[in-house]
Ligand binder design. Structure first.
Ligand code: NAI
Length: 327
């Protein structure tokens, strides 16, 4: 029998996980013939709710799901895992300063980084989803240095998917015709959805969509503010689409990027495009399935470069607020 892929998920009783775990167990991520072991990590107060989720997993009788472990002990949770999906975090509440949020999340992601480095499998890859995901990833990565820096990722894919749909709708084309959709910077309202380099049926977007006011205005703000719009409409944050983006991200990292395309992920900067080395930054990347590289050589307009500088500065500001947590 094929060796199971061991996947740790934190925040396993939360909303995103409720949409994610069943697809992981069904084989949507690693393939229908690959057995999966889930290691579900939660804080103690959520353990009862997690028991309910596990009952439902049991009741699906997924042929691929060979084992489920639930725990609040990080060493147990991350033991031998090949993938760690760090979803659990504390959302910003009314009256909470961004600084408080970063401090609280630092308390979560520092020990998680340490535990992954000491307990996970040699080939572990880590995806941070819990917000602020780029800086949380930076904290975990810096505290888990035994795991090479290029195996830590933060999620920009929901923004990529949102942007692709907006462009496809405007051009009246299927979403599959949109390629090379890069999201630069932070997964926040400063992110830059780069329509200049995106293509529809292989043609640059500004040549296909002639409403440049829309591209420069409504398109960008719709993508940047989509999370808030969903909260406003649904009364709850985007969970199903976020779970779907987790699946897309893991697949895009673990399989070769199709020719003529790229994918957006937060990765460690090696100084590309003037982004300081070490910052966890949303870039377009290409993967071979086992390694990846940032797409280089893209030339930015002045407006695009200025947008990238803005989101870079926001991330640098976040980094400066957590310096004491970076080893
Ligand atoms: P949720 O509040 O429904 O669930 C979060 C879960 O995390 C809760 O069950 C909680 O008990 C658990 N948790 C808290 N601290 C933990 C810890 N130290 N260890 C393990 N589990 C812990 O939230 P939801 O909707 O599932 O979202 C999770 C995170 O994902 C939030 O931070 C949200 O802002 C973020 N998010 C990120 C997106 C992205 O594109 N990067 C998109 C959407 C959401």
């Amino acid at each position: 029998m094929t060796t199971p892929v061991k996947v740790a998920v934190t925040g396993a009783a939360g909303q995103i996980s409720y949409s994610l775990l069943f697809r992981l167990a069904a084989g949507d991520v690693f393939g229908a013939d690959v057995p999966v072991e889930l290691r579900l990590i939660e804080i103690d107060p959520a353990m009862r709710a997690l028991e309910g989720v596990v009952m439902e997993l049991d009741d699906c009788a997924f042929p691929n799901l060979v084992n489920v472990v639930t725990t609040s002990d990080l060493k147990v949770g991350f033991d031998g895992v090949n993938w760690a999906l760090l979803i659990g975090s504390v959302p910003r509440k009314q009256g909470m300063e961004r600084r408080d949020l970063l401090g609280i999340n630092g308390g979560i992601f520092k020990p998680q980084g340490e535990a992954i480095a000491s307990a996970a499998a040699n080939d572990v890859r880590v995806l941070v989803v819990g917000n602020p995901c780029n800086t949380n990833c930076l904290i975990a990565r810096e505290n888990g240095k035994d795991v090479p820096a290029d195996r830590w990722f933060s999620m920009m894919r929901l923004d990529q998917n949102r942007a692709m749909t907006q462009l496809a709708r405007k051009a009246n084309r299927p979403v599959t015709s949109v390629t090379k959709m890069a999201i630069w910077g932070n997964h926040s309202a400063t992110q830059f959805p780069d329509f200049y380099h995106a293509e529809i049926d292989g043609v640059e977007v500004p040549k296909v969509i002639d409403d440049h006011d829309w591209l420069n205005g409504e398109f960008i703000t719709t993508v940047q503010k989509r999370g808030a719009a969903i909260i406003e409409a649904r009364g709850a944050s985007s969970a199903a689409s976020a779970a779907n983006a987790v699946i897309d991200t893991v697949r895009s990292i673990a399989t070769p990027t199709p020719a003529g395309d790229w994918t957006s992920v937060g990765v460690v900067s090696r100084g590309e495009y003037g982004v300081p080395e070490g910052l966890q930054f949303g870039f377009p990347i290409r993967s071979t399935g086992s390694s990846w590289e940032v797409v280089t050589g893209l030339v930015h307009t002045q407006a695009a470069q200025s947008a990238i500088d803005t989101t870079r500065d926001e991330l640098l500001g976040e980094q400066s607020e957590v310096t004491e947590l970076l080893s």
